[in-house]
Design a protein around this ligand. Structure first.
Ligand code: GGG
Length: 355
């Protein structure tokens, strides 16, 4: 039996509600498979923990998480705790400490999902974003000078190392090559005259090692427009931390909304645990009402199965999500239904039984 130890950080707001459904699905798939089993350890970290202890996670939190095979995260952020603290002191610190330098965000329009553009279909909305996840605009480098004075100045420095830039590009090229897809790099070299000129140069250099991969390069503003006007241009996409975060929200909208957007924070060397999460935040406005859409959290479970080498099980989970969407009977309000979070999770489990 392949036993995987999973650290569960359900986090804030709707995090615990959607994570519960993801765990249901993990257990069902493990039961159906018969060769894999999960052991869950729950960590109470997040904004409530912060309000009680003055910190988002225990001081030795990173050491505690190190021994797990993967982390399953819900959502972070809640009114009462500044957003930069809740994000930096839990989610971003885990990504950095565990060198999860790849953020994989699939943008895939499933049958039954609501696409806001007229020409959107399964064929032209099928992309994989490979977002740089360890540095760039999210490096945390900067300063706040003369705080509160009239001379006040803030600096937020983008950090693009050769190692960090090259490795995310190589990872994206490897995916594009294996899947026989095109690779698009998204940057902004006309305005960001150091970081993005460098980004484009490294992309050009690395592309020489992958002559079989057709490449494109767009400025981020043009890319944002093309994603709406002509999404079929994009297959595998590599981009920086901030651009990736923004563009994948456009992607989420194209593919049916944030309730379907999943993300995997990967340490490709497997030296540290990787982390799987819905892309959405904690949605305090609907927290506790039992109406949050659990499908993004469930889709991220499919990414976890892929990561563990159970790709066919991962595919089945996405198929079950698609069936729920096609049936259209058990959907949460954001997808036009009236179902509760747990009912959607239960329906996914029932459909997995039938696949
Ligand atoms: N699901 C995790 C979560 O709450 N994410 C909110 C967020 O703001 N994430 C920023 C990022 O992915 O960089």
């Amino acid at each position: 039996m392949n036993i995987k130890k999973i650290a569960v950080i359900a986090g804030d707001g709707i995090g615990p509600e959607v994570v519960n459904e993801g765990i249901k699905v993990m257990e069902k798939v493990a039961e159906l498979d018969g060769t894999i089993q999960f052991e869950f350890t729950y960590f109470p970290w997040g904004c409530e923990f912060y309000l009680e202890h003055g910190k988002m996670m225990s001081d030795d939190g990173i050491d505690q998480l190190k021994k797990f095979d993967a982390i399953y995260l819900g959502a972070v952020g809640y009114p009462g705790v500044p957003d930069h603290i809740s994000l930096w002191d839990l989610l971003l610190i885990i990504r950095k400490e565990f060198d999860q330098y790849i953020n994989l965000r699939p943008i895939q329009l499933l049958d039954g999902a609501n696409c806001p553009i007229t020409d959107g279909n399964k064929e032209n909305i099928d992309m994989l974003f490979v977002r740089e996840n360890s540095e760039g605009e999210y490096s945390g480098a900067g300063d706040w000078l003369y705080k509160g004075k009239k001379e006040e100045v803030v600096l937020q420095t983008g950090v693009f190392s050769r190692k960090g830039t090259e490795r995310v590009m190589r990872h994206a090229f490897e995916i594009a090559k294996a899947e026989n897809k095109t690779l698009t790099s998204i940057s902004k070299a006309n305005a960001l005259n150091y970081s993005m000129v460098f980004w484009d140069e490294v992309f050009e250099e690395v592309s020489k090692d992958y002559p079989e991969v057709t490449t494109y390069s767009y400025l981020v503003d043009a890319a944002a427009m093309h994603m709406i006007m002509d999404p079929g241009r994009f297959e595998v996409v590599v981009t920086s931390n901030l651009f990736g975060d923004i563009l994948t929200d456009i992607g989420a909208a194209l593919a049916g909304g944030m309730g379907l957007a999943a993300g995997a924070n990967i340490n490709p060397e497997r030296e540290y645990p990787s982390m799987f999460e819905p892309v959405h935040g904690s949605a305090p406005d609907i927290a506790g009402k039992g109406i949050a859409n659990p499908l993004a959290a469930i889709w991220s479970v499919s990414q976890m199965f892929d990561f563990f080498g159970y790709e066919s099980r991962g595919k089945e989970i996405v198929q079950a999500i698609e069936k729920v969407m096609v049936e259209g009977k058990v959907l949460t309000p954001d997808s036009g239904g009236t179902a509760k979070t747990n009912e959607v999770g239960d329906r996914v489990v029932e459909l997995l039984n039938e696949l």
